[in-house]
Design a binder for this molecule. Structure first.
Ligand SMILES: Cc1cc2nc3c(=O)[nH]c(=O)nc-3n(C[C@H](O)[C@H](O)[C@H](O)COP(=O)(O)O)c2cc1C
Length: 333
């Protein structure tokens, strides 16, 4: 092993998320690391906390026409449109390989109806090597014409229905940032944590989700001022990367302090993590782990450097483990 290599087990940053052991708290974000192992050529997957799959829908999807991904100042704009192989091909061609992936695999799910989400969740629940699913609720519900992630009663119904088919798999819910403002997002987060007063179920005996992922891309657009056309074929898309990081830190801070801390629901911070200190900010704001998306496009091996930086930071802070620093933001008196 080269001397600068990150040790396979670094106790200071080894952590757990809803009881799921993670080698490091640095995860690869949905849709930015391929369907399952496509990043393996560029990044040693045994050195990340988990790979979140591309969001899988019940039926295969071609996604939006190009251009559907482009760089903008301080970030990236995408309107991929959930291009993916679909549930059947995922279960047939990818799921059997999940057990040989050298890190934890989290299955991301998208859908346009509750039935869509439930079908994919049930299929993933049958795969032993997928110990958690992550619901991407930033997609419109066809029937209600609203995003699951900005409609607390609809989200509560979705969580209840998905929870009912997960007999062994943890449930993470990835919130949309457009339910903005601390009260509104807290309301959405609460719907995911406490969807009903029904009896607790699932691996952690919770009625709702086991973890919240905060958050996703911000709705955005870019215009070519010479042609006066939108730069994305879809006209609008989602902004990711450095530009959204401070926004996501505040969302994590708000969700942690309003609902997650008291209900002991762990948070995964997502948005513009390119360096270790971005991840550390999320930890202090209340996240137990982070995901890296856009950072992989700039440097596919950045999660390893981020984990290294976190380990040094934990030591400098005099903490025994990164868990001791979760939510330890020093607020002015
Ligand atoms: C090209 C691209 C594709 C994405 N696809 C998905 C997806 O399929 N499902 C999902 O939940 N999020 C998807 N995302 C959002 C990322 O998982 C992440 O939430 C977002 O990019 C913010 O993190 P970042 O700033 O580190 O990129 C995608 C992002 C990008 C840039």
């Amino acid at each position: 092993m080269p001397t600068d290599a990150f040790p396979m087990t670094a106790p200071a940053i080894a952590t757990t998320l809803a009881g799921l052991p993670l080698r490091t708290p640095v995860l690869l974000a949905a849709g930015t690391a391929g369907t399952l192992t496509e990043m393996a050529d560029a990044l040693d997957l045994s050195r990340v906390g988990a790979v979140v799959t591309k969001s899988i829908t019940r039926l295969p999807r071609e996604g939006n026409p190009t251009w559907r991904i482009l760089p903008v100042d301080a970030g990236m704009l995408n309107a991929i449109g959930l291009a993916n192989v679909g549930m059947d091909a995922f279960i047939r061609d990818y799921a059997p390989r999940a057990a040989s992936v050298p890190t934890t695999v989290v299955g991301s799910i998208s859908g346009f109806s509750i039935e869509d989400f439930v079908a994919v969740a049930a299929a993933m629940n049958a795969v032993d090597a997928i110990p958690a699913v992550e619901l991407n609720v930033s997609c419109p519900n066809v029937k209600h014409n609203t995003e699951f992630g900005s409609d607390p009663p609809l989200l509560a119904e979705l969580v209840r229905e998905v929870r009912a088919v997960l007999t062994r798999t943890r449930l993470f819910v990835k919130l949309s940032p457009i339910a903005n403002g601390p009260l509104k997002l807290a309301e959405v987060a609460r719907a995911a944590i406490e969807p009903s007063n029904s009896a607790p179920s699932g691996p952690n005996q919770r009625p709702g989700c086991d973890a919240l992922c905060v958050a996703n891309t911000m709705p955005a657009m870019a215009i070519d001022v010479e042609t006066r056309r939108p730069r994305l074929a879809n006209v609008t898309g989602g902004l990711s990367g450095p530009a959204i990081h401070p926004i996501a830190v505040k969302l994590v801070h708000d969700v942690y302090r309003t609902v997650a801390r008291d209900s002991q629901t762990p948070i995964v911070g997502i948005g513009g993590v390119l360096k270790w200190h971005h991840a550390a900010e999320f930890i202090l704001a209340g996240a137990s782990a982070v995901q890296v998306g856009t950072g992989l496009f700039a440097d596919p091996s950045c999660p390893v450097g981020i984990a290294k930086g976190l380990e040094s930071w934990v030591r400098r802070q005099g903490a025994g483990n990164i868990r001791d620093l979760v939510g330890q933001l020093a607020l002015p008196a």
